[in-house]
Design a protein around this ligand. Sequence first.
Ligand SMILES: [Zn+2]
Ligand SMILES: [Zn+2]
Ligand SMILES: [Zn+2]
Length: 330
Amino acid sequence: MKFEIHWWLMSKLFENAVVSIQLGVEDYQANDPRRAISAVRNFYAGVLLLAKEALVRAVPGADLSDLIGAKYKPVPDGQGGIDFVQDGTATIDFVTIGRRFKDFGLSIDQKALEELNRIRNDVEHLFTQKPGEAVREAIANAFPVVVQLFEHMHEAPGDHLGEAWPVMLAAKALYERELKNCRDSLSKVDWISGTIAEKGLICPECESKLVRQLDPDNTQQANMDLSCRACGDEPEVEATIEASLGDALKGEVYFRIKDAGEDGPQYHCTECGNDTYVDFEGACAVCGHEYEEEACYRCGTSIPLHEIIYGEHSGLCDYCGHVYDKLMRE
Ligand SMILES: [Zn+2]
Ligand SMILES: [Zn+2]
Ligand SMILES: [Zn+2]
């Protein structure tokens, strides 16, 4: 009996997921700026429902609310032990559902999910000037996730999404073509940073990857005139490189803090004033400044990069700097 109830919930959830995605695609097709926000809201709501459905199908005997609750708290079970119950009514977002997939041993593109969460939370801000391109990018970003979710459910997206599916395929193809045009316009640039050369630029205003330069023959990164196809902004070169590095290196930042308790790899550059110094590249991605290795003239140890950059006494390590300050006060 219990099984049948779940089966009913499951198909309802799946139905709602499909309908939401289809509504989002219809809003996108309307090509009306007033429907841009609802396009993304509907589409992403559908993707999230689809993710929940994939979880439900992985453990069909579980209770749905247990499965998709965001937070749990321990309560006494009345027999001297504890039970875990849902804490509040919040259900999981893209990031937490990504973690749950991992816990369930289901593969999913975590980076794409984080991206979806960012777009979904920032939707009003992102879709103001050129909503068509931005919505297309939002759909293209969700594409690999949708494909993975249908794979987990052993279903074919085309069997369920109807006419929305070819529209999604076309949106993805169009987006990739635009992205290629943008990247091609930057292909002659002589980049200082290998990270930027490899990962490309994002718009500091809306974080779209659809950033191009107006003169595709220009080779000097400092001379680029940039334009964002998604928000219509013409971002400054320095701010664009700073934002692009931050995006490209955020995984490394997290890894260093979590696994090694270390800072970096992106530091402030005292030469140009941007947070664009990359330690493993040994240079600032904006101005090319390189910090020389320095030994502390008091104790002789080599001074760590962050102490060279942020330290108050040049030539001294932080420790010897403190000793020096103390001596001066006495
Ligand atoms: Zn932009
Ligand atoms: Zn610099
Ligand atoms: Zn020292």
